[in-house]
Ligand binder design. Structure first.
Ligand SMILES: O=C(O)CCC(=O)C(=O)O
Length: 276
């Protein structure tokens, strides 16, 4: 995809995939690096609420590794990601978060959500760069998106199904709203808008991991971000001082009007315990 079509697709659908941005050699090195980190620092992963038999207990998601791991910082500030972001957004964003998902065979997914619910960027929104470290499809729990949902405001959350999701909240979708799997090859990078509804279903494979390395960014116009995401970094690594956004901003609920579902801003966002 050319930079111009990346920008067009991102604008229309709320997401776009840049194919083969990272080489097979880079993907192999990153995968080996994070498997080693999992061996060394698994105790620092996100294991809250997982049962003894849960495969995610052995391979928990890790977050904010760029604060102590130079390889993750290098990924977060990668010039190729910066160039695509510049093309998509018209202005370089600030980097605020990293995550690695190992999603081993039979692991649960993460219920549908909007990242902006957590990052609470003001003004504007956040953007993700999601690097596939494995080929991914429905079998191993690829990312699922609701095309066009980036046009929606932030929705109020409801409880998620804990048999399918390791996180406990989701956003309700009206009947008939279309959820699309994003098939990717290792090395592809998916860019998506912080308002886009996305998540993933369980990994139903008994042998395939679905690892992904993720950077989250806030748009260059941002003045505030939620407390878990400081400091924000420019692509040259220098710190950009942003204010802290607060709990209690409005969120939307679906209501029926003239036979159609529409969103009304009737709720308030609550405190979020950890970064997501
Ligand atoms: O990879 C997944 O299953 C979910 C990732 C996600 O929600 C995110 O990157 O914001």
């Amino acid at each position: 995809m050319t930079d111009a079509s990346l920008q067009r697709e991102f604008g229309q659908q709320g997401y776009a995939v840049s194919r083969g941005m990272f080489s097979a050699v880079e993907v192999a090195a990153l995968t080996a690096h994070y498997m080693q980190l999992n061996d060394d620092r698994r105790d620092q992963g996100d294991v809250g609420g997982l049962g003894e038999q849960d495969p995610l207990r052995r391979y928990p998601r890790m977050m904010q590794m760029h604060r102590w791991d130079p390889a993750t910082l290098q990924f977060l500030l990668d010039a190729r990601i910066g160039a695509s972001m510049q093309e998509i957004l018209g202005k370089l964003p600030y980097a605020v978060q990293t995550m690695i998902y190992f999603k081993p065979p039979t692991a649960r997914g993460q219920a549908l959500h909007q990242d902006q619910y957590y990052l609470r960027v003001e003004p504007g929104t956040c953007v993700a760069a999601w690097l596939a470290l494995d080929d991914c499809d429905e079998e191993n729990g690829c990312l699922q998106v609701v095309p066009g949902s980036h046009q929606l405001p932030v929705l109020c959350t409801v409880p998620a199904d804990p048999s399918q999701s390791f996180t406990d909240v989701t956003v309700p979708l009206p009947d008939g709203m279309h959820i699309a799997p994003v098939h990717m090859r290792a090395g592809d990078v998916l860019f998506f808008n912080g308002q886009l509804i996305h998540g993933s279903f369980p990994n139903t494979s008994t042998s395939r991991f679905r690892r992904s390395l993720i950077g989250h960014y806030v748009v260059g116009e941002a003045e505030k971000v939620y407390k878990w995401y400081h400091p924000a970094l420019r692509f040259d690594g220098s710190v950009m001082t942003l204010g802290e956004s607060q709990d209690g901003s409005e969120c939307g609920v679906w209501v029926e009007r003239d036979g159609d579902k529409t969103v009304e801003m009737r709720g308030k966002t609550a405190a979020v315990g950890i970064a997501q």
